[in-house]
Write a protein that binds this ligand. Structure first.
Ligand code: CUA
Length: 364
């Protein structure tokens, strides 16, 4: 009997490999927070976790004790003492759960008030406007005149205030190591603020099912030192915003060719600030590709930004991210496909990059 039961539970072992998905130090693990908001959320989780263990130990312990101590003995037909309607017991097991609920609720509500407070930006704060699209992120730094997509740079130890809304359906902004989650809702402004205390690259993810490529709606947060952040901002302000000046790119023939092809194939949707003097290209409802060469990812965080991955994306965007709005711009039977994609790749990687020769070489 016991053996048969054991065999029946064996299929459960097939689920064991799922434990391989558990990691305390993964790129999106909440267990090593780098800022006070994520820390507060983790503390809350850990507190509730230990409290649950206390409940499990007490309940399971009492149950096991009762099962062993009061089990029916062989040959005994004696009915045990009946405790139904025992007032003392009833009061005790009403009060204990109430206390547990208080122990969870008080810190939870306190955290909600501390982290959800709508804050007024001060001089030192960095404000970023976020718009969620299916399935990518538009980021705008109103005070700095910067518009970008899918990747933000922020300085360490400075409060960042995000004003968030959505252009279509519900999305949610979540960078597990820094803060989260907050919904992006059409026709509504939600705010999220956080501080990141350690420079590095942090991966984020849309955390609200938004159909199609929801799982591929990722983004990255690069936490810089103040100095690196200033460099990044200057790179954008050189081409974007009111102070920007048009500067013809001093580049080789391949990048020039790539730029020309970009103008024909991509510029109907995508903006690159400083593309041509006095000309505006692209539409704000598609990812802004200004300084694309500075980005670490392609296709909203799905692939690392490299010539190889960018080529893969341009050849067949639907293969990388099914359902996205980017059409296949080069048909498979187009004899110029490889050469043209290499040129556009070189051009895109050269944007914002100090080393255009390297972008050109790596695209080959
Ligand atoms: Cu956007 Cu899920």
């Amino acid at each position: 009997m016991l053996i048969r039961r054991s065999i029946q539970t064996l299929p459960l072992l097939a689920l064991a490999p799922l434990l391989g998905a558990c990691a305390l130090d993964g790129p999106q693990s909440i267990f090593n927070p780098v800022g006070p908001i994520a820390q507060e959320q983790l503390d809350l989780l850990i507190w509730t976790y230990y409290l649950s263990w206390l409940v499990i130990v007490l309940v399971a312990g009492a149950m096991i004790y009762a099962m062993v101590r009061y089990r029916r003995r062989r040959g005994s037909d004696e009915i045990p003492t009946q405790t139904h309607g025992n007032t003392t017991l009833e009061i005790v097991w009403t009060i204990i759960p109430a206390l547990i609920i208080v122990a969870v609720t008080v810190p939870a509500v306190r955290s909600v008030f501390r982290t959800e407070t709508i804050v007024k930006p001060t001089e030192e704060d960095l404000v970023i406007d976020v718009i969620g699209y299916q399935w990518w992120w538009a980021f705008e730094y109103p005070e700095l005149g910067i518009v970008t997509a899918n990747e933000i740079h922020i300085p360490e130890d400075r409060r960042v205030i995000l004003n968030m809304t959505s252009a279509d359906v519900l999305h949610a902004f979540w960078v597990p190591k820094i803060a989260g989650k907050r919904d992006l809702i059409p026709n509504q402004n939600n705010q999220l603020w956080f501080i990141a205390e350690e420079p590095g690259l942090y991966k984020g993810q849309c955390a609200e099912l938004c159909l199609g490529a929801h799982a591929y709606m990722r983004f990255r947060v690069v936490v810089d030192t103040e100095e690196d952040f200033a460099t990044w901002v200057a790179k954008f302000q050189a081409v974007q915003g009111p102070e920007a000046e048009f500067e013809a790119v001093q580049a080789g023939p391949e990048i020039e060719r790539g730029k020309q092809l970009f103008g024909q194939k991509c510029a109907a949707c995508h903006t690159v600030a400083g593309f041509a003097e006095g000309t505006t290209i692209g539409e704000p409802i598609f990812p802004n590709l200004t300084n694309f060469g500075l980005r670490t990812s392609v296709a909203a965080g799905v692939l690392d930004n490299s010539a190889e991955n960018l080529t893969r994306w341009l050849r067949d965007p639907q293969e990388v991210k099914p359902g996205n709005l980017m059409p296949t711009l080069w048909e498979a039977d187009n004899p110029d496909r490889d050469e043209e994609i290499a040129a556009v790749t070189a051009y895109l990687l050269s944007l914002g990059s100090d080393d255009t020769a390297m972008a050109q070489a790596s695209a080959r």
